[in-house]
Design a protein around this ligand. Structure first.
Ligand code: 13P
Ligand code: SF4
Length: 401
């Protein structure tokens, strides 16, 4: 299709893709990039840190600032608590007295915080363009269509949906409506076991529909539950019928959504081989969003919290190569001068959407709150919030929580 926009002339609309350019268009129902509203402070303003301090102090206990491990240092400096997506959701829920929860993370995390906090609390995302490309790879309409495909194949009754925290509230709600659970990278094994038990046992014939990260689903099912790669089938929402046959769906145990993380998907088995050749005795530690070949080549695999704890407990003098987002790895390297910490990929690998939250956006959001305006409030509609909460509560009720 050809479009004309004032001042820019004529251009050809690109083919639909999972990713929209950041800052173009408005699609608040998804993780996609949206316009950033408001008059942002200049990034070169030398008073930015002072302005952030002053606004933070003026808000006092009325605000609670959460910072995900992948946030920039300049933002982490103002976080009241840091953590992975699961820990931050719990921390938000544990602060019912805070009027404002300022979420320095990405959109799906702020949605989960809104679901888990009281109606009186308001969740603010300092930049609405801070989405997640993985979460964007599963839209609720596509998920509803996929379920219809499973119904037509006669397997929906024996399938339990499990959605990764990195998904929209609408997909969490779908999961709650269909008797499934949310999981995070720290509890995926327990969540999958629970789902298979519900579907008749890991040794039975029941299935799990795992969304949206095929790698976390495959790595957990194969490496932790003992299923085989042949038990897994990949459902591609952009192909008719998911690009799989009815027989493939009937034979599969794990139906993996075709989604991935654009950051962790960049690490390769070659990176692992290269670092092993360059650094004798190195321990390779990666996040489970990495591909199966990377995870099987690595020595250890775990969530961001797991990675942090592993380095805290590491033998002084030991060498590590870490495969996760670069802001976190840099901070870990600085926090552990007694270790040698390498980045698994030689090219820069920030999460661009996490990095959308910078000091100008944080200052803007805090100053707006001080001025009595609530910017970029994230609100999940009541019905989705109810069913998403059912799926989140199911996760919280899993053994180990
Ligand atoms: P965590 O669940 O470990 O916080 O990871 C979230 C994420 O986005 C990883 O890419
Ligand atoms: Fe999403 Fe990957 Fe960024 Fe995590 S690191 S927020 S999964 S794009």
């Amino acid at each position: 299709m050809t479009l004309t926009t004032p001042g820019t002339g004529t251009f050809t609309e690109p083919a639909p893709s999972a990713l929209l350019l950041l800052g173009r268009g408005a699609d608040l129902a998804s993780e996609r990039g949206v316009e950033c509203a408001g008059a942002l402070p200049d990034p070169s303003d030398p008073a930015l840190v002072e302005r952030a301090r002053a606004a933070r102090a003026a808000l006092g206990d009325r605000a609670f600032v959460l910072g995900h491990h992948y946030q920039r240092d300049e933002v982490i400096a103002f976080a009241d608590v840091t953590g992975d997506s699961f820990k931050l959701a719990r921390e938000a829920a544990a602060r019912p007295d805070a009027e404002f929860v300022v979420f320095c993370g990405v959109h799906f995390m702020a949605e989960s915080a809104d679901i888990l906090t009281t109606d009186a609390q308001q969740v603010v995302l300092p930049d609405l363009a801070a989405g997640c490309s993985m979460a964007d790879m599963a839209a609720i309409d596509q998920v509803e269509d996929a379920w219809d495909v499973l119904v037509d194949a006669g397997v929906a009754d024996e399938t339990v949906p499990v959605t990764y925290m990195n998904s929209t509230a609408a997909i969490k709600a779908f999961t709650g409506r269909h008797g499934g659970t949310v999981c995070t990278s720290s509890n995926a094994q327990v969540a999958l076991r629970w789902a298979f038990d519900r579907a008749g046992g890991v040794a039975g014939r029941g299935k799990v529909l795992f969304m949206p990260d095929q790698h976390l689903g495959r790595n957990t099912a194969v490496l932790q539950l003992g299923l085989s790669l042949a038990d897994c089938v990949v459902y591609d929402p952009r192909k008719p019928g998911g690009g799989v046959t009815t027989q493939q769906l009937r034979d599969a145990r794990m139906i993996l959504w075709r989604g991935h993380c654009s950051v962790h998907g960049r690490f390769s088995a070659r990176n692992v081989a290269d670092v092993r050749a360059a650094v004798p005795g190195v321990t390779v530690l990666v996040h489970p969003e990495c591909t199966h070949e990377v995870v099987t080549a690595a020595d250890m695999v775990g969530s961001t919290e797991y990675i942090i704890k592993a380095l805290d407990a590491a033998e002084p003098g030991s060498s590590w190569a870490i495969g996760t987002e670069l802001n976190l790895v840099r901070r870990l390297a600085r926090a552990h001068p007694e270790l040698t910490v390498h980045y698994l990929d030689s090219t820069v690998c920030f999460c661009s959407t996490m990095n959308r939250i910078d000091l100008p956006h944080l200052v803007w959001a805090l100053e707006e709150l001080v001025a009595g305006r609530v910017p970029n409030r994230i609100v999940v509609d009541a019905d989705d919030a109810h069913w998403a909460r059912v799926a989140l509560d199911q996760m919280l009720a899993l053994p180990g929580h």
